[in-house]
Design a protein around this ligand. Structure first.
Ligand code: GLN
Length: 285
């Protein structure tokens, strides 16, 4: 079969399976298998592919049709222009989260100490380190398997970050930085689990069945981790340091109130590319 025939086949199969972005996913899987890009598929649409490639493509299309996320099939996701390894142990980096990174970069200066709470794949922390100078980056996650992904991403991107395992701030207790005796941070960023427990079963099968529930579940009202992080963060921040959260689009007012109650100043709310409330930030007084 030719590129074009394979693509048409994949598109129809995925559309039949109810995949929202059937055409896009069919193309990305074809590019992945043939180690090529969109241009080549267009310019050489009539080029014959090998039987091996065809078989492989059919297998991957079947997988995707069964609602396995595209990124779990290819093992990677682009975020902030960088390629991140992903698997079932971390949340797949979302484009919405780039807004958090952009807002953090506006506030980040050279040499600052950054903490990424609930780091997952490490995509937030590693992007901040990539696009800044001489910053020290520490990522914490409760999942050892997620941290293995984060460490692999740091290595692939050749970025120097420290990843610690534990429940929120607890692993900082015994931690000694190799770079400084300073224990306070200039910035804390976090995309914690924030979906209300009852909502999780209503999510797309790709998310509900294949992404780690522990990375999504913000307990009864979705705010469990914001409360805990906002209560403890000030102990780890210097005066004027920034705390930035990704939030669910309906959580802006609540998270801003929590931050004001904890005496943060310049508390602000920012929207994602879809115009939805997505980031809350504040500064330690
Ligand atoms: N934005 C993610 C989703 O909608 C959830 C991320 C999170 O809980 N931190 O699937």
């Amino acid at each position: 079969m030719t590129y074009k025939e394979l693509y048409e086949f994949g598109k129809i199969k995925l559309a039949e399976a109810g995949i929202a972005e059937a055409a896009l996913d069919a193309r990305l899987l074809l590019e992945y298998i043939c180690h090529t890009d969109r241009n080549e598929l267009i310019v050489h649409a009539e080029r014959e592919r090998s039987d091996m490639e065809e078989q492989f493509y059919r297998v991957l299309i079947e997988k995707r049709a069964s609602r396995i996320p595209l990124q779990h099939i290819t093992g990677e996701q682009e975020f902030m222009g960088l390629c991140f390894k992903v698997n079932q142990h971390t949340l797949i980096p979302r484009q919405d989260t780039e807004i958090l990174v952009e807002e953090a970069l506006h506030r980040l200066g050279d040499g600052m100490r950054i903490l990424d709470m609930c780091t997952g794949s490490g995509c937030i922390l590693l992007s901040l380190l990539k696009y800044s100078n001489e910053c020290e980056g520490i990522g914490i996650d409760i999942s050892e398997k997620a941290l293995a992904v984060a460490r692999e991403n740091a290595e692939r991107l050749q970025l120097d970050a420290v990843f610690l395992e534990g429940d929120l701030f607890s692993p900082l207790e015994g931690f000694v930085s190799e770079r400084t005796t300073d224990r306070l941070f200039d910035m804390i960023v976090s995309n914690p689990p924030y979906i209300e427990t009852a909502v999780i079963e209503t999510l797309m099968p790709e998310v509900r069945d294949h992404e780690p529930a522990a990375a999504l579940d913000g307990r009864e009202d979705g705010l469990y981790f914001y409360r805990r992080i906002i209560a403890q963060a000030p102990l780890h921040m210097r005066k004027g340091a920034h705390l930035l959260f990704e939030i669910g689009c309906g959580q802006g007012d609540m998270v801003m109130s929590l931050m004001r109650e904890a005496d943060f100043e310049q508390v602000g709310l920012f929207q994602d590319y879809a115009g939805l409330n997505r980031v809350v930030c504040g500064t330690k007084r």
